[in-house]
Design a protein around this ligand. Structure first.
Ligand code: SIN
Length: 298
């Protein structure tokens, strides 16, 4: 029997009474899915999962999509990305400093991520939280005039962090090889996006992968996106989630921004991550538009 406890006054739920190592009945999964959509972030403490069990749980939320950074795919399954700051014999064991800025997973793809789930293997002595920012609340908190201004707008997305592209720093988007970069498309998504499951409007990836707005000069677009990002990541919209070993966290990318926090490399942190896609391409039609726009001289 699923029990739910709020993680904050605004959003986030901690779920007890479920062992994710066992297959979930359809009834049990619909309770969990309801809690995921209502809570936006759902935390299950102290699970003990094999890669196959973690994947079986994750798959209930949608088709998994392996991360473009294939150097750190789990040897048991490429759908699992190893996040870790551990280095052994000079070799990193996982992707360190992944997503250390507010972003939305796979908002740079035509089929964006519905959900991302992390399974905590190793917890640092200090820090290692993930921050979440509620983008329903951020949209609702805009003035009527700002809503009218942004409602028709399409943001242009590509892989990266708009606020930092210095590949020598720890808050840049995880660095891709030339071949991986070449595979990354240019995509558009509405700035204020209707959630595919709940129908509610949320600000969508106004921090992270959004680099422009269709039909708007770059300086104006950046100023608007920066204003929206500052608004959307205010402390009043945030929740900080702490991890213990075995904790599973799953979040709703369509209604949240999230950010990893920088961890002292002296404190090992390791998690497995699986990203589940939405059901249908969301950005492809608009991508054609964006590409025409770019060719026309963005
Ligand atoms: C991520 O953005 O997927 C990673 C979050 C984290 O490591 O806290």
């Amino acid at each position: 029997m699923l029990h739910l406890k709020p993680l904050s006054a605004g959003f986030g739920l901690e779920a007890t009474g479920v062992d994710l190592a066992h297959p979930l009945s359809d009834a049990a999964f619909s309770e969990i899915e309801r809690a995921f959509l209502d809570g936006q972030v759902l935390v299950f403490r102290q699970q003990r999962l094999t890669p196959a069990q973690f994947l079986a749980f994750a798959r209930r939320f949608g088709p998994p999509e392996p991360h473009v950074i294939d150097q750190f795919h789990h040897p048991a399954d490429p759908n699992i990305l190893i996040l870790s700051n551990r280095v052994e014999n000079g070799k990193p064991l996982g992707l360190a400093d992944a997503g250390t800025y507010f972003h939305t997973d796979y908002s740079y793809l035509d089929v964006p991520a519905r959900a991302t789930t992390l399974y905590s293997i190793e917890v640092p002595a200090v820090g290692g939280n993930t921050l979440f920012a509620n983008q329903y609340a951020a949209y609702d908190g805009l003035s009527a005039a700002m809503k009218r201004r942004i409602d028709p707008l399409l943001a242009i997305h590509h892989y990266g962090n708009r606020h930092n592209q210095d590949e020598s720093t720890r808050t840049v988007a995880s660095v891709l090889t030339a071949e991986q970069k070449a595979r990354m498309p240019l995509i558009t998504h509405p700035v204020a996006r209707t959630h595919p499951a709940t129908g509610r409007k949320a600000l969508y990836a106004v921090s992270g992968s959004s680099f422009g707005i269709v039909g708007m000069p770059d300086d104006e677009a950046h100023a608007l996106l920066d204003e929206l990002a500052s608004h959307a990541t205010q402390p009043r919209y945030q929740l900080s989630v702490t991890y213990g070993i075995g904790d599973v966290v799953i979040w709703d990318n369509a209604s949240l921004l999230h950010s990893a926090t920088l961890v002292d490399p002296a404190h090992p942190r390791t998690l497995w991550r699986i990203t589940l896609k939405e059901a249908a391409p969301a950005g492809r039609a608009e991508a054609i538009l964006a590409s025409a726009f770019v060719n026309g001289g963005m």
